[in-house]
Design a protein around this ligand. Structure first.
Ligand code: SF4
Length: 286
């Protein structure tokens, strides 16, 4: 099976991303976010491990690249905690930085700043996920990911070194993080140019983790998902009018700060003011 493949999330017609390729250096992820979708389709997800034959396969496949965008990574964070020792993602970037491609990193980790030298060699951009500025909330819903303040410092460092940054405020969960006005003002002041957002999509396994972490809020949300919600693929979504209101609010806050906005897999492409995934930033200099 090829390592690098076409980005095709759940074969969903809701995805409005421009064409791009993707690969995951690791199978599984150890940030253990309660809302994670990938844990429903990757076996032993909590047991994060490097992909077998990763570097050998990447070296072969990278010879075929002809300027495509490669998104790293969409089913796991490319910087799990073990990356500090293994350096595997760094080795992958060293391979790709000698080839004809553009690199988009998606991460919650501070470790991405270690690889600024490699990211500077090709058109690149980093998408940092921050769902909340509140440490206690982040600890509940993203227990092993770096605290929000460290992610903000990471953004500052990347931008100061000329790497363009977008922020994923994703997922938005009502009563948890549905009005991130302060966060949006903060990231704008750091020089972030784009925000991508979407609402929490319930799958059976992520709902169990969420309800364990935030039982009172889960009880309030249960009817919105399980009685009034919409089924899409294997997901339960909030009612469409509520999702639209939530996304409109993020769009208004984002554009008021002079940033571009994109919505991820909601069916509201009309809200996008730029390609949804922030890939328009690739190669842009701050
Ligand atoms: S960082 Fe992403 S892939 Fe990893 S557990 Fe969190 S949501 Fe899942």
């Amino acid at each position: 099976m090829p390592l690098i493949s076409r980005f095709d999330p759940w074969r969903s017609s809701l995805c409005t991303c421009p064409p791009k390729l993707t690969f995951n250096p690791y199978s599984g992820c150890d940030h253990h976010c309660v809302y994670c979708y990938a844990s429903s389709y990757i076996p032993r997800f909590a047991n994060c491990r490097p992909k077998k034959g990763l570097l050998r396969t990447l070296q072969q496949e990278a010879t075929q690249l002809k300027g495509e965008t490669i998104s790293i990574a969409n089913s796991s964070d490319p910087y799990p905690r073990m990356e500090a020792e293994t350096g595997l993602t760094r080795m992958c970037l060293a391979v790709l930085s000698q080839r004809d491609c553009k690199i988009q990193i998606i991460t919650k980790s501070t470790l991405v700043t270690r690889d600024i030298d490699l990211l500077s060699r090709v058109p690149s951009a980093v998408s940092v996920t921050i769902t909340t500025e509140d440490d206690a909330t982040a600890k509940l819903i993203e227990p092993n990911a770096p605290p929000p303040m460290e992610r903000l410092k990471t953004i500052e460092t990347l931008i100061s070194k000329g790497i363009p940054v977008s922020v994923r405020i994703d997922p938005i969960i009502p009563h948890v993080n549905d009005n991130p006005a302060h966060l949006i003002a903060t990231i704008a002041s750091l020089g972030v140019k784009h925000v991508t957002s979407s609402t929490y999509k319930v799958k059976p396994d992520n709902w169990h983790r969420f309800a364990d972490a935030m039982p009172a809020i889960a009880e309030r949300l249960r009817p919105f998902y399980y009685q009034q919600g919409e089924k899409q693929g294997g997901n339960l979504l909030l009612p469409s009018d509520l999702r639209l209101r939530l996304m409109m609010n993020i769009r208004t806050l984002t554009t008021a700060q002079g940033m571009k906005f994109g919505v991820c897999r909601e069916g509201f492409a009309q809200l996008n003011t730029a390609p949804c995934d922030g890939s328009w930033l690739l190669g842009a200099k701050h």
